[in-house]
Design a protein. Structure first.
Length: 135
């Protein structure tokens, strides 16, 4: 008979799955796309679906569409754990499976989160419901 012994300092957290991403959190997640698959900073916009989570993800290049820049060293930059300017584009709203979320980085400041949510809403209006890939 196998039994797990645990001291009073021990917890069952190590035996459970990682916490599910929730609205307004910043996560490092694998975002498949094009010819590459990269771990990118993401902000959780909607966590209500059972299997898929809606996010807006950041990229290192500005691009030609409307975007929000997060700069390292700022309050937001620190919560995102970024080392270079990162751009969250209107076209970077996607649905990701829970398994693609790798590490929680922090929480998006509410003022910035509301800006990103508005940007995502503009993208939905222009491109339809969550334009991006489902991965």
């Amino acid at each position: 008979r196998l039994a797990r012994r645990c001291s009073p300092q021990c917890s069952d957290r190590s035996m459970t799955s990682p916490p599910a991403p929730t609205r307004q959190e910043v996560w490092l997640a694998v975002v498949p796309g094009g010819n590459e698959t990269k771990a990118r900073p993401t902000v959780v916009l909607n966590d209500k679906a059972a299997d898929l989570i809606e996010v807006i993800y950041g990229q290192g290049q500005r691009g030609s569409v409307e975007s929000i820049e997060v700069v390292p060293g700022t309050r937001a930059g620190r919560s995102f754990g970024i080392e270079k300017p990162t751009y969250f584009r209107v076209t970077n709203v996607v649905l990701l499976g829970r398994a693609l979320f790798k590490r929680k980085m922090g929480r998006c400041p509410i003022d910035l989160f509301l800006e990103m949510e508005a940007l995502a809403n503009a993208g939905r209006s222009a491109f339809g419901v969550t334009r991006g890939r489902v991965a």
